[in-house]
Ligand binder design. Structure first.
Ligand SMILES: [Zn+2]
Length: 302
């Protein structure tokens, strides 16, 4: 185990922490043969409504959101980090937002603790993409890797995008902090970060699938020979993305490409009937896709 400043401090703070009452964490669990999948809450985002609606036809979008119970004004999607346990492997898909992104995020260490797991127990961190709510939690508030014993894996196209100095210039004003933040955290991970390509079996039972558009190198993962799909943000919410998957969503960096990716995934998942795990989907993020007369719907698996 790597000794880090955080570990040393935690050692001295341990007594106080052990006296505190633990919070019981709602987790959604699914067994796929000898693989166990648990979704853990990192908290939720607090976003303006414009993040959802942007330039979309407002009345139509608002009607879909009203029907889904999403109040006007703000948007607070959940953040579900997926934990996969298989043999000795303790694998996280994404690392949450960590300290210092939003007050309402960064709960992943508590969620792990509720399962009697510590960050040191994690053997692999596999990233869907490099946005703050997925990557920043890999680095602790001492600028050290939180999952000190883990191999970290990111799609090569995605890694190359975030370490490219030009990304800060091209990403647009509203996401400039994303670019600087990702580059800094990838630099802090240094030789702990490995890359993979689409089609690679990144771990036994984990196959990488390109799902570009939300970010330039966004990856999804087929689990257990296609028995579930970890979609990350390729299907980013349970309302607009399902009702009107063809719409270019403001949350996506390449809205047109992301819409094509989303539509293809929804069609395929509805046909295959396999569970989908989405980072910002409700009720723990696990559910199935149903095709309706118009668009699709998300059926939580609870
Ligand atoms: Zn996200």
């Amino acid at each position: 185990m790597r000794i880090t400043r955080r570990n040393m401090l935690r050692g001295t703070a341990g007594l106080g922490a052990s006296l505190a009452f633990g919070r019981v964490w709602a987790a959604t669990e699914m067994d796929l043969g000898d693989l166990r999948i648990t979704t853990l809450s990192d908290g939720h985002l607090q976003l303006p409504e414009s993040f959802l609606i942007g330039d979309l036809p407002r009345d139509e979008a608002r009607a879909i959101l009203d029907a889904a119970g999403v109040a006007a004004g703000g948007y607070e999607p959940p953040c579900n980090v997926t934990l996969l346990r298989s043999g000795e492997d303790v694998v996280l898909f994404d690392a949450g937002a960590g300290p210092g992104f939003m007050d309402s995020t960064g709960r992943l260490p508590d969620a792990l603790a509720a399962l009697d797991l510590s960050p040191e127990d994690v053997t692999h961190v596999v990233f869907t993409h490099g946005h703050p709510d997925h990557l920043w939690g890999a680095i602790d508030d001492f600028d050290e890797p939180l999952f000190a014993n883990a191999r970290h894996l990111m799609g090569r196209v995605e890694r190359d995008y975030w370490i490219d100095p030009e990304t800060t210039e091209t990403i647009g004003a509203e996401r400039q902090s994303f670019a600087a933040g990702a580059a800094r955290r990838i630099e802090l991970l240094r030789d702990m970060l490995e890359t993979f390509e689409e089609g690679d079996e990144v771990l036994p039972g984990v196959l990488a699938r390109a799902s570009f558009g939300h970010t330039p190198g966004h990856m999804s993962f087929e689990i257990g020979g296609g028995r579930a799909l970890i979609a990350g943000d390729a299907i980013g919410n349970a309302h607009l993305a399902f009702a009107r998957p063809d719409w270019p969503m403001p949350a996506d960096q390449d809205p047109e490409l992301a819409a094509r990716t989303r539509l293809a995934l929804l069609q395929e998942l509805a046909e295959r009937g396999v569970p989908l795990i989405g980072f910002h989907l409700p009720d723990g993020g696990v559910g199935r896709v149903e095709k309706g007369d118009k668009g699709y719907s998300f059926v939580p698996e609870v």
